[in-house]
Design a binder for this molecule. Sequence first.
Ligand SMILES: O=C(O)COP(=O)(O)O
Ligand SMILES: [Mg+2]
Length: 222
Amino acid sequence: MADFDLVQFDLDGTLIDSVPQLAEAINDMLASLGHATQTVDAVRHWVGNGADMLVQRALTAARGEAPDAELHRHARGLFDEAYAGHADGALVFYPGVLDTLERLRSAGKRLALVTNKPYRFVPGILAAAGLSSHFELALGGDSLAEKKPSPAPLLHVCERLDVSPARSLMVGDSENDVLAAKAAGMAVAALTYGYNYGRPIADSQPDWVLDDFAGLAALLKL
Ligand SMILES: O=C(O)COP(=O)(O)O
Ligand SMILES: [Mg+2]
C-alpha cells in the first residue's frame, strides 16, 4: 500500500450530499423559465461536469431539446442566482467525513480540494461546513482553463503545494475524478455512495473502491 503526503478531495458526492441544494436551484431556474421541475434523482445523474453542463442537461430534459447559447447563458445566470441562496443551506456530510478529515490532519497529511463546482460557491460552502481551514488550497471548476476529467487542476495543486503526483492521492466519487487522477499519474480512491451518472464507479477502475469515507483511514494506514 502506497504512502501519501497530500490528499486531494472532490466535494460534491464525496464530502457532502449537495444534490438537494443543486436540485432546488435547478428547479428555481426551470420554474422561472416556465418549465416543469425535475426530480432530485434526475438532478443527481446530471452532476459531475460543473454548472454549465448541469444547466445544459436540465434544460435539455425539461424542453426536449438542447438550448441555444443565449438561453443557456440566461439560464446559467438564473441558476447561479438561485444556488447562491441554497448552496450553504442544510449541508449534509456523508458518514465519517468530519472525523476522518480530522484524523488525516492530526496525522500530518496535507489536504486540498478540487471540485468542478464554480469557485464562487466554494468558500461559502466550506465556511458553512466548518471546513475553511482544512484545505491548503481549493480549486473550482472555473479556477483554471480546464476542469476534471482534465488532470490540470490536480497537477496545479501538486505544483503549488510542492508534492509530486506520486505522493498524492485523489479521493472522489465520479469517473471525472478517476480519469483526472490517472492522467495526472496519481493514485485514486473512489467512494461508491456519490454521483456517477447512475453507474458503478468501480467500472472506472480506481485503485481503491470504498463504500464509506472512514475506509480512507485504513488506506492511509492511520
Ligand atoms: O459541480 C459538479 O458538477 C461536481 O462537483 P464535484 O467535482 O465536487 O463533484
Ligand atoms: Mg463529485
